[in-house]
Design a protein around this ligand. Structure first.
Ligand SMILES: Cc1cc2nc3c(=O)[nH]c(=O)nc-3n(C[C@H](O)[C@H](O)[C@H](O)COP(=O)(O)OP(=O)(O)OC[C@H]3O[C@@H](n4cnc5c(N)ncnc54)[C@H](O)[C@@H]3O)c2cc1C
Length: 421
C-alpha cells in the first residue's frame, strides 16, 4: 500500500503539490474547506503574474523611516491599522530588519531566484496536462514609469535583479506608445522582462489542477484541518472539524491560515497576512497589450478571462478585520487614470472588488521543510507576494522532501526554524 499524504489547503501551492505527489505514487487526499481556487484563497484573486524577476523582498533599506506614514495614511499603498499594531510589532521588526541593508536584500533575492526561475514553463506544462494550457501565456511583463528618473529611483532593485541573472529591455517613449497605445502618455519609460508570463485566470487554473488530480485518483475532502495526532514522532492522523483522517504524511499548504497548524506540529513561525485587493473591470474598452505595473500605482494590470484586473495594496490588519473597499476603489481609480480609453463614469456593476490574504513571512521567503514535532509533517506556505509564480518549483521541492532526497535547489534559506521556532 502506498503512503497516504494529506495536502491541507487547495490554493496554488496545495494544488501543484498534490499533483506531483500523486504522480510520484502517493495516495493523496486534498483537504479544503472552500472550493479549490475559490474566492477564499489568495490564489484566486492575485495579480496573475508569473514573474521570475519578483526576487526583491517587500522590505528594503530605510523602509523604517516610512513606518509613521504607514500608520498615518490608512489608504497608502502600504498601511498598518493602529488597532493591529501591538499584535504585529514583532513581525514588523523582523520585516524591517530583513531589508535593513542591500546585502540582506541581495541574499534574499539569491535565495528566491531558483524558486521562481522557469516558472512560466513549469506552469505551462502543468496547465497543459490539466487541459487548460491556454490559461498560461508568456508575453513578458512591463514595469512602466513616467520617466527614467523614476526607474533609477529603484536602482538597487534593478541592480540586484541583474546580479541574479535577470535581463530586461528598456523602452523609450516611442516604443512605449507603439507597444501600448492605450496607456496614458505620462508613462514614457518601461522595463520589459521578456521571461515573465501570466495566468489568464488563477482561480480556474487551481480548480482545473485539482479536478485533474481527482481524475488521476486524488480524493478531495471538504473540511478544515485543526491539528495532528503525532505519536513517537510519527504522524498518525490529521485532525479535522469532522474527525480524524489517518495519514502517513501531511503537507500544510493553508496559506495565511497555516500558522496554528504549524504550531500544532510543533513549529512556531512568524507568519502574518499582508492583505491585498483587486478591482476587475468587465468588458474593458482599453488596457495593456502586455501585463504591466505602473510605478505610481504600485499595482499590476493584467487582462484575465474574467475582465481587466488591477491588483495590489498591502494592508497589515490581520485575518479577521473587514475589508476596506476604499483600497480597491483606489486601484480602480488608478486604472482609469492609466488607461484614458476606459469610461470615467464606469458603472458599478461592471467593477468587481476582492480582498485576499498574502501568506507573508517577514523576510519575504516561504517556509519549506519539516515540522519540529514530526518530519512526517511538511510546511509549505508563506510565499507572500510570489506564491503563484513560486508554486510549481515549491511542489518539486516538497516532493523531494517527501521522498527523502535532496531538493534540486538550496532550501536552507526556507528553513521553517530560521526564526528560532
Ligand atoms: C492582491 C494580491 C496580488 C498578488 N499578486 C501575485 C502575483 O501577481 N503573482 C504571484 O506569484 N503571487 C501573487 N500574490 C500572492 C499569491 O496569491 C499567494 O502567495 C498565493 O496565492 C498563496 O497560495 P497558497 O496556496 O499558499 O494559499 P491560498 O491560495 O490562500 O490557499 C490556501 C487554501 O487553504 C485553505 N485553508 C485554510 N485553512 C485551512 C485549514 N485549516 N484546513 C484546510 N484548508 C485550509 C483555504 O481555504 C485556501 O483555499 C498576490 C496576492 C494578493 C493578495
Amino acid at each position: 500500500m502506498s503512503e497516504h499524504v494529506v495536502i491541507i489547503g487547495a490554493g496554488i501551492v496545495g494544488a501543484t503539490t498534490a499533483t506531483l505527489a500523486l504522480r510520484a505514487g502517493y495516495r493523496v487526499t486534498i483537504l479544503e474547506p472552500g472550493s479549490p481556487g475559490g474566492e477564499q484563497a489568495a490564489s484566486y484573486g492575485n495579480g496573475c503574474w508569473l514573474s521570475p524577476m519578483s526576487v526583491i523582498p517587500p522590505a528594503g533599506p530605510g523602509l523604517w523611516k516610512k513606518v509613521p506614514k504607514f500608520l498615518a495614511d490608512p489608504l497608502g499603498p502600504l498601511a498598518i491599522r493602529w488597532s493591529y499594531l501591538p499584535r504585529v510589532l514583532p513581525w514588523l521588526a523582523r520585516y524591517l530588519w530583513a531589508g535593513w541593508t542591500e546585502a540582506k536584500v541581495e541574499a534574499a533575492a539569491r535565495a528566491l531566484r531558483p524558486l521562481l526561475v522557469d516558472a512560466p514553463a513549469l506552469h505551462k506544462a502543468l496547465a497543459d496536462e490539466a487541459g487548460v494550457g491556454h490559461l498560461i501565456e508568456r508575453r513578458g511583463l512591463i514595469y512602466t514609469y513616467e520617466n527614467r528618473a523614476q526607474f533609477e529611483s529603484e536602482a538597487m532593485a534593478w541592480r540586484i535583479r541583474r546580479k541574479v541573472g535577470i535581463e530586461w529591455l528598456e523602452l523609450d517613449a516611442d516604443q512605449m506608445r507603439q507597444r501600448e497605445p492605450d496607456l496614458d502618455r505620462r508613462y514614457t519609460f518601461g522595463a520589459l522582462v521578456e521571461e515573465g508570463g501570466h495566468c489568464r485566470d488563477p482561480g480556474a487554473y487551481v480548480a482545473a489542477l485539482v479536478a485533474q488530480a481527482q481524475a488521476e485518483g486524488a480524493t478531495l475532502r471538504a473540511g478544515r484541518a485543526t491539528g495532528f495526532r503525532i505519536e513517537g514522532g510519527r504522524l498518525k492522523a490529521v485532525l479535522t472539524e469532522q474527525g480524524e483522517i489517518a495519514a502517513d504524511r501531511a503537507v500544510i499548504c493553508a496559506g495565511a491560515h497555516s500558522k496554528p497548524l504549524a504550531a500544532a506540529a510543533g513549529s512556531s513561525v512568524p507568519l502574518e497576512t499582508e492583505r491585498g485587493y483587486h478591482a476587475m473591470v468587465a468588458d474593458a474598452e482599453a488596457g495593456p497589450r502586455t501585463p504591466m505595473m505602473p510605478y505610481d500605482g504600485k499595482m499590476s494590470v493584467t487582462w484575465t478571462d474574467r475582465g481587466l484586473r488591477c491588483a495590489g495594496q498591502v494592508e497589515i490588519a490581520g485575518l479577521e478585520a473587514a475589508p476596506n473597499w476604499k483600497r480597491a476603489e483606489i486601484l480602480r481609480d488608478h486604472l482609469l487614470r492609466s488607461f484614458p480609453g476606459l469610461p470615467r463614469d464606469l458603472p458599478a456593476e461592471r467593477v468587481k472588488f476582492w480582498m485576499g490574504h498574502r501568506p507573508s513571512m517577514p523576510d519575504g521567503l516561504p517556509c519549506l521543510g519539516p515540522a519540529a514535532a514530526s518530519g512526517d509533517v511538511l510546511l509549505a506556505f508563506g510565499h507572500g507576494h510570489v506564491g503563484l509564480v513560486a508554486a510549481p518549483r515549491t511542489a518539486r521541492v516538497v516532493l523531494a522532501m517527501l521522498q527523502g532526497r535532496p531538493a534540486e535547489i538550496d532550501v536552507a534559506p526556507f528553513s521553517p526554524s530560521r526564526f528560532g521556532g
